[in-house]
Design a binder for this molecule. Sequence first.
Ligand code: FES
Length: 111
Amino acid sequence: MSFTKVCTLDDVWEGEMEAFTVNGQDILLVCAEGGDIKAFQGICPHQDIPLIEGKFDGKKVICRAHLWQFDACTGKGINPDDCALAAYPVKIDGEDILVETDGVEPLFAHT
Ligand code: FES
């Protein structure tokens, strides 16, 4: 297990999302309402669309292509509800946001 520094808390404000490449993996950091920082796969599980091109309303990440919606706290699909974003473990160290990428693979839906 090793965590990699991605950015600092100043880079992702509450209600924002940012995209990063960490150890070759596309990662979406979201800071949901309440200030919780989560890291999810950066590519939509439906097709090959970066989620950073979509919208984030503080609670849901919405893909721009076909408007699939994901819970920003859990990564679980809201609509449709039979999909999910892979979540990466996140650690906050002082001002730094670190993510563990080992053993996490992006999920893809087959619907
Ligand atoms: S590619 Fe994201 S909803 Fe279709």
